[in-house]
Design a protein around this ligand. Structure first.
Ligand code: FO1
Length: 330
């Protein structure tokens, strides 16, 4: 057992990365009670930096649900100060990955606890509790599964590709190191096997850097594949572009069609349905032709009510698919 809290049998399990995924996770958390939702967070972005264990997607999810996240950047904390970075810069230290002063406290606390033998799960539960977040956000595993980006500049550790190199190198593929032997987080596994499960949601995160690392853990993937609940993705691509981040660039570099149809094809073996944006309604027919049900909605999430509205669409779509499994919802 790698958690102090009792397992829950939620109605919805969401797989999420950071910024885009966290918006839908917030909508789901506003819609569903704390026993009805569990969020599995990607930890492929985790790395050791300046002596700390950094866990960006888990932190972004917790800050977002706590109402503490920076609304412009999407990562880090609102009302942040940067004295530590300035002092580090003056010393000639590494400043390409920016750690705000308040955010730094979290990295110090987590790193100390991990060094004393606590698991990432228990540390993040404690931190979420301190921030008043009651919904369950669990790492995909307590074992390290670092994402390696295979590029024309060689193999790069994820944050080196993403932040230091600003996603400039051309991507040839990904490796999720250690995924084969990583143990799935136990609450996540139990939630996916739970009797009340109505939907597994693939949040509108980057498929390659946020969702695939979670699916690369064999036990989690198998639990999703054998679940009776519909698996529903919300497309992170709208009208041929991502709202933020390198999803479209990576898809083009991997010779994939940069559209919601490309996203549906990417997840094809797992997916029962996909929510696409209104702007992409013209490709709904092509999606349905792949055997995946599709529904269109306003998926750009700016306000909290936008986030709740998308969450409602996803939950309604899951109910519809459970009732008529092969339906094209139109
Ligand atoms: N993203 C950046 O683009 N630049 C940064 O300096 C940066 C710092 C950072 C610090 C803490 C944290 O939790 C996230 C941070 N991020 C930063 C975001 C992060 O690198 C990515 O958004 C995720 O890994 C991708 O989901």
């Amino acid at each position: 057992m790698n958690s102090d809290r009792e397992p829950i049998a939620p109605r919805v399990v969401a797989l999420s990365g950071g910024i885009g995924g966290a918006k839908l996770a917030l909508g789901l958390a506003r819609l569903l009670g704390e026993d009805d939702l569990l969020v599995i967070a990607n930890t492929g972005d985790d790395f050791h930096h300046l002596g700390f264990h950094i866990s960006p997607d888990v932190d972004t999810l917790i800050y977002t649900l706590a109402g503490l996240s920076d609304p412009e950047q999407g990562w880090g904390r609102r009302d942040e100060t940067w004295s530590f970075m300035e002092a580090l810069d003056a010393l000639g230290g590494e400043t390409w990955f920016r750690l705000g002063d308040r955010d730094l406290a979290l990295h110090v606390e987590r790193s100390g606890r991990l060094a004393r033998g606590e698991t990432l799960t228990t540390v993040m539960e404690l931190i979420a509790h301190r921030f008043g977040v009651r919904h369950r956000i669990v790492p995909m595993s307590d074992d390290p599964v670092p994402t390696i980006v295979l590029t024309d500049h060689g193999d790069l550790a994820f944050q080196h590709y993403f932040v230091r190199e600003r996603c400039r190198p051309r991507v040839r593929g990904f490796r999720y190191r250690g995924a084969e032997t990583a143990r799935p987080q136990s609450l996540a596994l139990e939630a996916l096997r739970g009797s009340r499960l109505e939907a597994v949601v693939l949040c509108p995160s980057n498929p390659f850097i946020s969702i695939d690392p979670i699916l690369a853990i064999p036990g989690l993937r198998a639990a999703i594949e054998s679940s009776a609940a519909p698996v529903i993705a919300v497309s992170p691509i709208i009208a041929g572009a991502a709202l933020k981040g390198p999803t479209a660039k990576i898809m083009a570099e991997l010779d994939l069609e940069v559209s919601a149809l490309g996203i549906a094809r990417h997840y094809r073996q797992l997916l029962n349905g996909i929510v696409i944006d209104e702007k992409d309604r013209h490709i709904l027919g092509a999606i349905v032709d792949t055997g995946i049900a599709g529904v269109k909605a306003e998926t750009v999430m700016v306000t909290e009510s936008d986030k709740v509205a998308v969450a409602e669409q996803v939950v309604d779509f899951a109910r519809h698919l459970a009732a008529v499994p092969t339906a094209a919802a139109g």
